[in-house]
Design a protein around this ligand. Sequence first.
Ligand code: AHR
Length: 497
Amino acid sequence: MSTKSQSKAEIKPLLTHKIGRGIHAAFGEFFGRVIYDGIWVGCDSDIENIRGIRRDVIDGCADAGITAFRWPGGCCADHYHWKDGVGKKRYDRIHFASNGDKSTKNRRNDFGTDECVDFCRLCGMEPVFTANAATGSAEEFYDWFEYCNGDTNTRYGSMRAENGHEAPFNVMKWGIGNTDENVWHASLPSDFVTYSRDYLKMTAPFTQRSALWPELRFIGLGVSIRHNLPGWTEGSLDYITNGGRRMGPDFLSIHHYLGGMKDRKCGGGADYTDEEYEYTLDSLVKYQQDIDTHRKIIAEHTHPANNTKIAVDEWGLWHPEADDRNQLRQPQTMRDAVFAGLALHIFYRNSDIVAYAMETQLSNLLQSLFETRGGEFYKTPTFYIMKMYRDHLEQYMLPADIICEGGAGECFASAAKDMSKITVTCVCRDLYKSMRLRIPDEFAGFRTVKSDIVSCSDVRAQNTFDTPDMIKSAPFVPLSDNIELPPFSVARFVLEK
Ligand code: AHR
């Protein structure tokens, strides 16, 4: 790469800000066609699969570097009963909510615990399960935990072995309840404790922190600023910890969707004005505000020994096209790519406290990574951003002074602890001007070993089943001083000595 003259300036990664693997996680539940068709096609399907799980989705998850998978919800978790989804005979269960699918009163259970663990293993993802804190009970949760983790002398560990899995699944991350569902039913923490009569019992094993389960962690409920319920998270933390006398959650969850379904000023998914484009990207400041709010709550309402972190366990754009008639599917354009690039930068900049970020949802719903229709499949713009950005994982934030001139935008840099590798991702969000980069002196001596870009001549173009490759990553020039990114584009550079 051509850089400025060699300088003695030293630059060091911030060891407080390690970009954890959990920041590249995904979420999937039983809405619409996320699971059925989007992940699970069944062993007898003509669509290429491994034990019933789509081959294209497995390969795509591995390629995008998806590290963890949250399941079975979301809202679906609060109506999910795990025993429906294990063993040879699977029963459907009636559901009352129409979310994502008005065509059936029943939810299938072909994809249950064993299949989800298999899916996670095939893709190299950590399972993050959400316990049913609404219509379930503490006993049901403990039984599920035993099914996943008990040895074969336990009742449910032996059930798992009978189902073909002698070794425990080792599911160690558990969300207790789903924020959105709970705040809809209970806008005060005290109402919530009445609504979820077993919530305290469900969190009790975690607050006791048994040395027998050193890896066990739980995600407790936080509440996004979009719900405007000041005091809710503090109140529920006080219930769980008995006013700070017991340990609390390892992670506080935040769910936050932006986009036209939540705020009409963002416009449609593929049909938006320039103003709506800018407004949507500006609204990302709310993610930072949510993190700041939860950072403060953690500092003031948890014991320092708890070391509580944040799990942004649902994030993304929710466009107005994604309604029940459409099974919550939506188009994605370059705006979604730019949005994903900027959102990930926010999570990285807060990686001292943000441990998980689940893009929502994996297939066929909201800001998905994959769209499927029977044997057809394509990757969305968000997929390409996740794939390019994966080089940041397990590196440390690098306070590099990369100057962006001309078009509006920003860069984020991370580095290996020993500075043997630097990853730089840059977003030009400008609709009309290209963005020029000025490289810091400290980058002298590094050469570009990988560089690519996601861009398109039309910001409103979209990938579809007929045009699956309108937006994708393509090789780009090496990083150098004065290099230019075209309008509405996202680039990645990996540098080595
Ligand atoms: O992702 C769709 C739904 O949005 C989730 O189930 C819920 O938690 C959120 O409101």
